[in-house]
Design a protein around this ligand. Structure first.
Ligand SMILES: NC(=O)c1ccc[n+]([C@@H]2O[C@H](COP(=O)([O-])OP(=O)(O)OC[C@H]3O[C@@H](n4cnc5c(N)ncnc54)[C@H](O)[C@@H]3O)[C@@H](O)[C@H]2O)c1
Length: 379
């Protein structure tokens, strides 16, 4: 019998995305899979129940029934422990799992013997690029960060030569030139700003320059495993502070995106630096959810300090839900190819390197080490 893939309506505050979009539903249905979508699941992202129905999905009225019939549950945010109570033993959950923070969820998954795959843990290997939801969603976050900066600034971004005089281009500084940072650079450039960027990974320099921005060199290279950054040594941090200090004081807008996996975000912009900025300047701190790159950032809030606007947005991809959902659904479609065979049945084993790497809970065991230790420590 065909397996059933279920898509619930997201319930977290401000979460407008949906795990599957109609286009991906129709591909799954064609491959022999049954797809159930909760009534109204795509509404906030502008995908109607009618569009899902036309794509071959069944619309489920009752959330508990949707969960209980799922062989594979696809979500954006991790499902709540109470809701997983409805699920069949051995069912599969795929989505963002908040590894290290979702302790009660992991315990419930273990208890129900669910298999959960965390998209945050997908190994960053070439074969997994099409499943890399961190990248797809960071791309959207970086774009929106540049728009927010432009919106908060009391000045124009592009250079203009008009009968009413000449306007100088705004200076945008991007700290952290990973996926989100590069998109923030590209978007700021398209809006006409002069852009400078800094990253501790030297490899980022070439990408920054290829987007027409200036790369600030620190003569260090802190690239670690998987293409991610490592934490800097105390001496390196002193050098970094001096360079960032100068750059921040000259910028009209600072967009920060620096992160180190599994750790708090590095503090790059101190209160002192903010005090040296020009009034009317703006900081958009994309690392707000992991502690912030600026000392004054408050997650989920926009504050004004000494005439400087400091925004700490959370879940920016959720603010562009149509395309964020489209890209996320494509990531899931690729991931599902590892789990579903050509006949539309589940594959027998989870031996694939990507499945092993992204296993959050499996076979009655919490596989993510940090989560497991926290879950056991809390007992
Ligand atoms: N499949 C793949 O091969 C694949 C997929 C995605 C990303 N990557 C690589 O991983 C890189 C980072 O990915 P990400 O954007 O998700 O990373 P991330 O969100 O963990 O971090 C964002 C950026 O912050 C930078 N950073 C950390 N500490 C810093 C500091 N003190 N000062 C300045 N910058 C600092 C990091 O180097 C990174 O570029 C990408 O740019 C890419 O090279 C590879």
């Amino acid at each position: 019998m065909a397996i059933t893939v279920a898509v619930p309506k997201e319930t977290a505050a401000g979460e407008k995305r949906v795990a599957l979009v109609p286009d991906v539903v129709s591909r799954l249905v064609k491959s022999g899979v049954r797809v159930n979508v909760e009534k109204g699941a795509g509404e906030a992202a502008y995908y109607t129940d009618e569009a899902y129905r036309s794509a071959g999905a069944e619309i489920a009225e009752y959330r508990s029934k949707l969960f209980s019939t799922a062989d594979i549950l696809l979500s954006v945010q991790p499902p709540l422990p109470d809701e997983m109570e409805w699920m069949k033993e051995g069912a599969i959950v795929i989505g963002f799992m908040n590894p290290g923070r979702n302790i009660d969820g992991a315990r419930k998954m273990k208890e129900k013997k669910l298999s959960a795959f965390a998209l945050e843990l997908v190994p960053r290997i070439t074969r997994a690029q099409s499943m890399d939801a961190l990248s797809s969603q960071s791309t959207i976050g970086g774009y929106k960060a540049a728009l927010l900066a432009a919106d908060y600034l009391p000045r124009l971004l592009p250079m203009l030569t008009t009968a009413a005089g000449t306007i100088r281009p705004a200076k945008v500084l991007v700290l952290g030139a990973g996926v989100a940072g590069l998109m923030a650079i590209a978007t700021s450039r398209r809006l006409g700003a002069m852009v400078e960027a800094y990253d501790v990974r030297r490899a980022a320099g070439e990408q920054v320059r290829s987007l027409g921005a200036k790369f600030l060199e620190l003569q260090i290279d802190a690239e670690a495993a998987g293409g991610y950054a490592r934490e800097l040594t105390p001496e390196e941090k002193v050098k970094e502070q001096a360079m960032v200090n100068d750059a921040v004081s000259q910028a009209d807008a600072v967009i920060t995106t620096a992160n180190i996996p599994g750790r708090k975000a590095p503090k790059l912009v101190t209160k002192d630096m903010v005090e040296k900025m020009k009034p009317g300047s703006v900081i958009i701190d994309l690392a707000a959810e992991t502690g912030g790159n600026c000392e004054l950032t408050r997650a989920g809030e926009t504050i004004v300090y000494n005439g400087i606007t400091i925004a700490g947005p959370v879940n920016l991809p959720g603010q562009i839900p149509f395309h964020a959902s489209q890209m996320y659904a494509k990531n899931l479609q690729s991931f599902l190819e590892l789990l579903i065979d050509r006949k539309g049945d589940l594959v027998g084993s989870f031996d694939d390197e990507i499945l092993k790497g992204s296993a959050f809970v499996q076979g009655g065991e919490i596989r993510h080490q940090q989560t497991r230790e926290l879950a056991e420590g809390k007992k």
